[in-house]
Design a protein around this ligand. Structure first.
Ligand SMILES: Nc1ncnc2c1ncn2[C@@H]1O[C@H](COP(=O)(O)OP(=O)(O)OP(=O)(O)O)[C@@H](O)[C@H]1O
Length: 314
């Protein structure tokens, strides 16, 4: 495995940002870290890059420990942070030259790398223009190019498409897919399901700093059934909870609060389950004020596991 993250923990004061995260990423694999705002994705990325020291746990890159062999290991890692790291007054090429020199590149090697990374992000034609004339999306693409200048074997992307226009977003995706074909291991954080479903072979779902599920998108969706039935109930479920769990086709039931509120049921035949569930609740004298059917997706997986939508604020 190119990346081996083991039992990572990080707290800020009393707040546990990351709690016992373990995962591996192979060369050429695009691994998704999916979670809502505040789930601990950025903190994880910073620990993988050696920018934040974990309180506990270890990171190995190509077998090198990020603490004991810090220089050699960090040389293999490229990070694309959420914040832009570009100098607006300089051209794209000069920005890349600046970062490349920091990594010890010079001469022909540096020139070749600048040309190569501008190609990957689709900015080859705009290399000499000052970055302040770039759109937000183009600046993000340059941010990605900067993370690639020293030819890392592990690339860490922290929500690289936030605020990006569709054209730049596609260009970023194509660049990432090309890098994966070239054998770069990629960790991609996002709270956009569509992105992770499109790009990632494996996904870890994180919430409150903890890993709540890990697998291929198909495995995670299978675990959540073919869809979700989301009911808003007026009274506590009590004995009716067991009757809902026992309905044919039901994979799992998640109740948001004990006293009523949202009940999320993962189901193989959501429409049939909905009809049966309404019958159970009606017999138990429990009022239902809202009904929703959600198609199978990673969003549905997240909703089933946490009872919350991915886009909810924490
Ligand atoms: N430097 C810090 N000091 C104190 N608390 C922090 C710091 N960085 C992160 N946190 C807290 O740790 C938790 C995890 O934050 P983190 O930024 O890793 O989450 P995230 O999943 O990347 O969220 P977002 O999508 O909003 O960037 C949050 O509760 C956040 O407020």
């Amino acid at each position: 495995m190119l990346l081996d993250a083991c039992d990572l923990h990080k707290s800020y004061g009393n707040r546990q940002a990351v709690v016992g995260l373990t995962f591996q990423v192979a060369a050429g694999e695009i691994f998704g870290l999916l979670g809502p705002n505040g789930a601990g994705k950025s903190t994880t990325i910073k620990m993988l890059a050696g920018l934040v020291a974990p309180d506990r746990g270890s990171v190995r890159v190509a077998g090198l420990d990020l603490v004991r062999s810090a220089c050699a290991a960090k040389r293999l890692v490229g990070i694309v942070p959420q914040e832009l790291a570009v100098y607006p007054g300089l051209s794209a090429r000069d920005n890349l030259a600046f970062w490349g020199e920091l990594y010890g590149l010079s001469g022909r090697r540096l020139a070749a790398r600048i040309g190569a990374v501008l190609e990957v992000v689709g900015l080859a034609e705009r290399g000499r223009a000052p970055v302040e004339c770039f759109s937000g999306g183009m600046q993000r693409r340059l941010n990605l190019a900067i993370g690639l200048i020293h030819e890392p074997r592990l690339l860490l992307l922290d929500e690289p498409t936030v605020g990006v226009d569709p054209q730049s977003r596609n260009r970023i995706f194509e660049g990432i897919e090309q890098l994966s074909r070239e054998g770069v291991a990629i960790v991609y954080t996002s709270h956009y399901l569509e992105e992770v479903e499109r790009l990632c072979r494996r996904v870890a779902i994180v919430d409150g700093g903890r890993l709540i599920a890990q697998g291929t998108p198909a495995q995670l969706q299978a675990a959540a059934g073919h869809g979700l039935v989301v009911l808003t109930v007026q009274q506590p479920l009590e004995e009716a909870a067991a009757a809902l769990v026992a309905l044919p086709g039901v994979v799992g039931v998640h109740q948001e609060e004990e006293g009523g509120g949202r009940v999320t049921m993962a189901a193989h035949r959501p429409q049939q389950v909905l009809v049966a569930a309404l019958e159970v609740l009606s017999k138990a004298g429990i009022g239902v004020s809202g009904v929703q059917l959600v198609e199978s997706s990673l969003e549905a997986v997240f909703l089933q596991l946490t009872g919350r939508s991915l886009r909810d604020e924490p």
